[in-house]
Design a protein around this ligand. Sequence first.
Ligand code: GTP
Ligand code: MG
Length: 371
Amino acid sequence: PEDVRVYEFAEACGKSASEVITVLFSLGMMVTKNDFLKQDELEILGEEFGIEVTVKDALEDVNYVEDFNEEIDKSNFVTRPPVVTIMGHVDHGKTSLLDKIRSAKVAKGEAGGITQHISAYTVEQNGKKITFVDTPGHAAFSEMRSRGASVTDIIIIVVAADDGVKPQTEEVIAHAKASGCPIIVAMNKMDKETANPDMVKSQMAEKEMLPIDWGGDIEFIGVSAHTGDGIDDLLENILIQAEMLELQADPSSKAKATVVEATLEKGRGPVATVIVQSGTLRVGDNIVSDTTYGRVKAITNDMGQPVKELGLSETGNVLGLNDIPTSGSVMVVQDSEKEARDIATTRAEHARAKELSKSTKVSLEEMSGLI
Ligand code: GTP
Ligand code: MG
């Protein structure tokens, strides 16, 4: 998608380039009319202008932007659960909090207690579903955090109340602001004697994250992943935010899901953890994701149980791809296996061509350096 320039996009949807620039600017993204638009920027613009933006994947077919003006058929829309991404500095308790929320012991089994992979779970609060995405706080995983941000509706920034704002907290604040998602701050470890919520609030306020009780618009909720205090409050708040967002999608359309994680598992082959964004993903569906394709052989839900399908905003593992897709890529259902394979093959060829042109460029530059 790095092939659409701002003015081209504006032209295609009948807006002026400055309108497009203004929208992005108001969300903290600086572009000029000749800049290429990124996927998230395109999505934001689509939402702002109320149009569906379908960009043929850059790998699939460069220079093609289609369907800018296609009306979205909303007749089958239903409310979908929110996707909530948990972010924060390393060891501030993201996994523990999620763990407490779903009452399973995820943190304990992890190597060294550090979340190595992004993971997702769906939980229920008062009969309403919420899908959570966990992200690692370690500095090295900044890319995973930005990926997490791209599927999310609401962002929870976890700050340990005894430790306050730290470097990755600041990075997360920047991601969260750029995403335009509502933010909730969970001040964790409130059970500790050294917990100091006022310190957290004032440090966050310095980063322009002003708490509601200080006249701002961000909810700060004290929680403890150890005792469970504040968690109901947090979940209720998420549901309130979700209601305001009026999240909707069509469960009957061809499924589109985001791959949050993918691995090769012994005896199972490539396994992709996905979150369904629209439609319903079913066993037997022909799928393409990135340069991989296949037919859904089996789906397990977030509890590891086999299921026949995944609905809106639900998460689970999908088996049946011929290879491991890139995390963050979109999985789309196709009418036939041939279609899925053709798209994947074209993308793979394109990726190879790009790689090749990159290496030729480098060697030419190297050569000119020698001359
Ligand atoms: P990364 O994934 O490595 O970024 O860490 P994380 O944010 O997921 O933190 P994790 O849940 O692994 O917790 C880090 C440490 O803080 C563990 O030793 C937890 O037991 C402890 N911890 C987490 N939440 C609480 C809490 O509410 N109170 C107290 N006292 N300790 C907590
Ligand atoms: Mg963790």
